[in-house]
Design a protein around this ligand. Structure first.
Ligand SMILES: Cc1cc2nc3c(=O)[nH]c(=O)nc-3n(C[C@H](O)[C@H](O)[C@H](O)COP(=O)(O)O)c2cc1C
Length: 374
């Protein structure tokens, strides 16, 4: 057994996980249409990957305006809740633990995806320059499009949105999820509020970092009141380096990412949130996070810490051994290898990722990756 530090049980909230390998949220755009409903094929995909110590669903929109890509699943209608129950039943039958990622894209959307063809909503009327939305052009076909200038939310609408997060969390429990993860990463709505560039409001939700963290704080409090802090995690994507263009593309540039995200993590600490998940820069040759930041995360936060982004088992194990991480998430390797934990623990070779069926499609590139045959 190699990388055995990753094959050790660990407590997360009220659960004891079997190992430290995480299936991170992975958008695959295969929900049933109309209605954005999770399907039996999706249940099979998650069931195949249920040897992960911890699983998080693909990003799941909490309301219609939260969608920025065709065919992503929602969690705001009774039919969507029923659809997700087939997924959670399948993974629970394998003994796995799964949280739902609660997603609102904010400005990274397009009128074609919005109710009544309206503009997407955001903290301020500032367009996402580098990000793309994805609209359907027919059944199973679509195209990437430039997000338009969004409409700035009113304070009343922000308060209503916090309520949508709480309701989505309630729905996730009804659907059988073991907890929820708030998606505050990758340039989507919560990240837009945190960013001094996307958020230029002059009310209590903008300006100072304290104000820019208010939306996050209110969501954490509202969702925690529903599910309890032990069934709650939050995902961030602090960006320290890379070219300006890469950083804007993947998320949002912060002038002082260390200070911004340690303050954000203190918000989670104050509520006793079970885990923080850090999505690192994941493009080719992306530089690593500074060790000083990882150490500051550990000092600021007493819950579990998950990292993702171009990890190998060896690199992940070293971070856990150094005491800087508790769990390591593998995205693309888990897409291509349903039995990834067994492969990593036994040193078996990995299937390569195929471009086919990465975003949308049927079983090809989704549930047809084989488990390892000795
Ligand atoms: C196809 C695909 C879909 C993704 N969808 C999501 C998502 O819905 N939510 C999210 O927070 N991150 C998403 N990510 C980011 C991954 O969770 C992960 O952070 C990233 O793939 C880096 O890990 P890796 O290098 O092991 O693949 C996605 C990544 C990929 C490749």
């Amino acid at each position: 057994m190699i990388h055995s530090v990753l094959n050790a049980p660990i407590k997360l909230g009220n659960h004891t996980l079997n190992n430290r390998i995480v299936l991170p949220p992975l958008t695959r755009q295969r929900s049933a249409q109309p209605g954005d409903i999770a399907t039996a094929l999706m249940a099979e995909y998650y069931r195949q990957r249920a040897s992960a110590g911890f699983m998080i669903s693909e990003g799941t929109q909490i309301e219609p305006r939260g969608q920025g890509y065709a065919w992503t699943p929602g969690i705001y209608t009774p039919a969507q809740i029923d659809g997700w129950r087939t997924v959670t039943d399948a993974v629970h039958a394998e003994g796995a633990v799964i949280f739902a990622q609660l997603w609102h894209v904010g400005r990274v959307s397009h009128n074609a995806l919005q109710p009544d063809g309206a503009a997407p909503v955001a903290p301020s009327a500032i367009a996402a320059q580098q990000a793309k939305a994805f609209i359907a052009t027919g059944p199973g076909t679509g195209e990437l499009v430039q997000p338009p200038v969004p409409r700035a939310l009113s304070v009343l609408e922000i308060e209503e949105l916090v309520g949508h997060y709480a309701q989505a969390a309630r729905n996730a429990l009804d659907a059988g999820f073991d907890g929820v993860e708030i998606h505050a990463a990758n340039g989507y709505l919560v990240n837009q509020f945190i960013s001094a560039h996307a958020n230029q409001r002059d009310d209590e939700y903008g300006g100072s970092l304290h104000n820019r963290l208010r939306f996050l704080r209110e969501i954490v409090e509202a969702v925690s009141a529903v599910v309890g802090p032990q069934r709650l995690g939050v995902r961030f994507s602090p960006l320290f380096s890379g070219t300006q263009q890469e950083r804007v593309y993947i998320g949002l540039v912060e002038d002082d990412p260390h200070h911004t995200y340690i303050e954000a993590i203190k918000v989670l600490e104050a509520s006793g949130v079970a885990y923080v998940s850090i999505a690192e820069a994941d493009w080719d040759n992306a530089p690593d996070l500074p060790d000083t930041f990882r150490e500051a995360v550990r000092s600021a936060f007493s819950g579990r810490i998950i990292y993702a982004g171009r990890y190998t088992a060896g690199r992940g194990a070293r971070l856990v051994e150094a005491g800087l991480a508790d769990l390591i998430a593998f995205g693309r390797p888990f897409i291509a290898n349903p039995d990834l934990p067994q492969r990593l623990f036994n040193g078996w070779p990995l299937n390569p990722l195929r471009a086919e069926g990465l975003y949308g499609g049927t079983q090809a590139g989704y549930t047809d990756y084989p488990a390892y045959a000795e």
